[in-house]
Design a protein around this ligand. Sequence first.
Ligand SMILES: [Zn+2]
Length: 372
Amino acid sequence: MTPAINAERLLTTFIELCAIDAEPTRERAMADRLTALLHDLGFTVTEDDAGTRLGGTAGNLYATLAGTGPGETLLFSCHMDRVVPGAGVKPRHEGEYIVSDGSTVLGADDVAGLAAVLEGISAVREQGLPHPPLELVFSVAEELSLLGIEQFDMTSIVSRCGFVLDAGGPVGEIVVRAPEQVRLSAVIHGRAAHAGIAPEEGISAIRIAATAIARMQLLRIDDETTANIGSIRADGPTNIVPDRCELSAEARSTDPTRLAEQVALMRQALEDAAREADGRVEISVRSNYRSYRLDPDAVPVRRAEAAARRLGLPVRHRSTGGGSDANFFNERGIPTAVLCCGFEKVHTCEERMAVSQLTLLAQWVAAILTGA
Ligand SMILES: [Zn+2]
């Protein structure tokens, strides 16, 4: 059987949490409120020092609860922060959706996950249904390329079956594949000269950057691979040939070989353009997180799928172009699937959450908890 959830309490929690300020590295109020709610549910909660390390106001929360029935420990994880502008959110109903007032995001990414996890657990415990031991990780600074979870000590996790509630798409869909993200930073050096009197003596760092970018294949490369220039920075008066330009870019792919090829081509374009102009470029490349691919037989996939089928949800395995905290759990040997949460238009001020999807999400959590 699938446990009933309290849809009204769920919605109240969702709206309350959306209204709490929680921009990246500013999660203090959210961490405090979640800690109180978890204590009410009987969890032991600890907070790590990620806040101090990242110059933020709160660390990652790690919470554990003893099981009341048989089964291996399950891990549920969500992030506490949301993108900017994510402070002063005023959630309101609009038809069957919850939306913001249009001046901020709503924060359903990832409050929908947080509220659904809390409600799923509350419902199961209230009804006295047996559940396995539980571990929760609520991370900070996820929206800053997963900086928060990177600080988290994964050795404390005992679970080998994880669920991250943090993806758009209809509730019931399961993300089983996500890309690695590589950040490429370049500093291009040219030579300064008077732009009016002796431009031929100068080497324009901006022009080197422009030449390199024009030669790069960018945006959608193939089904699995993307690339983007995020910024180019150079600042000077128009009467000086610019001798410095900084560029930051990224590439992602679920295929490590394709990713390496793409990064090599971007690097090559910069080096060629610099050399041809007698300039110079320093390039640094850093992998922010690793890709993962879960087998259809992986425990969290099977378990999420079985629970979704019991609820009559349309089940689909899919890949994503975005990273999530699941990339880190999977990298550290904790098989973790991402559950789609039904939020829409995330990272925009039109972000919205259908109440019916929120309800299904909490039911899904409850069904996973009780579906040994
Ligand atoms: Zn998210």
